[in-house]
Ligand binder design. Structure first.
Ligand SMILES: CC(C)(COP(=O)(O)OP(=O)(O)OC[C@H]1O[C@@H](n2cnc3c(N)ncnc32)[C@H](O)[C@@H]1OP(=O)(O)O)[C@@H](O)C(=O)NCCC(=O)NCCS
Length: 220
């Protein structure tokens, strides 16, 4: 466990935390341009997000690194991407379709776009970060990410993420990321800000890296 100056205690999440952290993800992501684009109907959104984030969290626990706080008020799902990821198994698409039902085409498109525009350079990928809505804006998200960034800095590794709106993009800029060429989701979708945080000690800001050249591969 890491006790931070902001008094946020960070620890690695386990499967025992699943129910609470799925709720944090589903509630934190409920509002916003990506949610409006993916699932315009709010009742459907609640049910689909619960199933979708159950899938995402379990995948993170099994294949990535999931951090949370002592009070389970926040969650960050990271994946090391030190070599090109293997293609997702067919079960992934089947599970995605089961979780998202009639909204599956847009979720599939979103994942395909994220894969197609993913940097090739070795890095750690922040797939999701969420803070419980009642506790946002109090420094929890910055503390959660800061803890992981310190580990990456010690290893000399960069980080990559997709920011879903201008407000969280501002937080990432403050945490040392720089914005690369954005993604515009098709069919009147929102802009996605691709963000890169270079390795510690680099001279000057790191250039935004080359993009994944093989759509259809994914690691999350
Ligand atoms: C983005 C998020 C993880 C930041 O955690 P946090 O604990 O609220 O952030 P901190 O208190 O450490 O830092 C505050 C900054 O976070 C960002 N932020 C805070 N609340 C936010 C919200 N509801 N939506 C988006 N960004 C938010 C802003 O940049 C804010 O700075 P500002 O007050 O100058 O605008 C959290 O707000 C959240 O879960 N938002 C909804 C889900 C989301 O957008 N996740 C990221 C997807 S890329």
């Amino acid at each position: 466990m890491t006790a931070l100056s902001t008094s946020v205690t960070i620890r690695r999440a386990t499967s025992a935390d699943t129910d609470r952290l799925v709720s944090v993800l589903a509630e934190a992501f409920f509002d916003g341009p990506v949610a409006d684009w993916l699932i315009p109907n709010h009742d459907d959104r609640r049910a689909v997000y619960h199933r979708y984030f159950t899938l995402a969290l379990r995948h993170g626990l099994d294949h990535g690194h999931v951090d949370t706080t002592a009070g389970l008020s926040a969650v960050a799902i990271w994946y090391p991407r030190l070599e090109p990821p293997r293609p997702a198994p067919p079960e992934h698409q089947a599970a995605l379709e089961a979780a998202t039902s009639r909204y599956a085409p847009k979720f599939t498109l979103l994942e395909a776009m994220f894969d197609a525009f993913h940097p090739r350079e070795p890095h750690h990928y922040l797939a999701y970060v969420a803070v419980s809505p009642g506790q946002q804006g109090c420094g929890v998200g910055a503390a959660l990410l800061g803890s992981y960034h310190r580990r990456l800095d010690a290893l000399g590794l960069p980080a990559y993420l997709e920011a879903s709106n201008m407000r969280n993009r501002r937080l990432y800029l403050r945490l040392g990321y720089r914005a690369g060429p954005p993604l515009l989701l098709p069919t009147s979708g929102p802009t996605i800000w691709r963000m890169w945080r270079g390795p510690a000690g680099a001279a000057g800001p790191a250039a935004f890296p080359a993009t994944e050249s093989q759509p259809g591969r994914r690691a999350r």
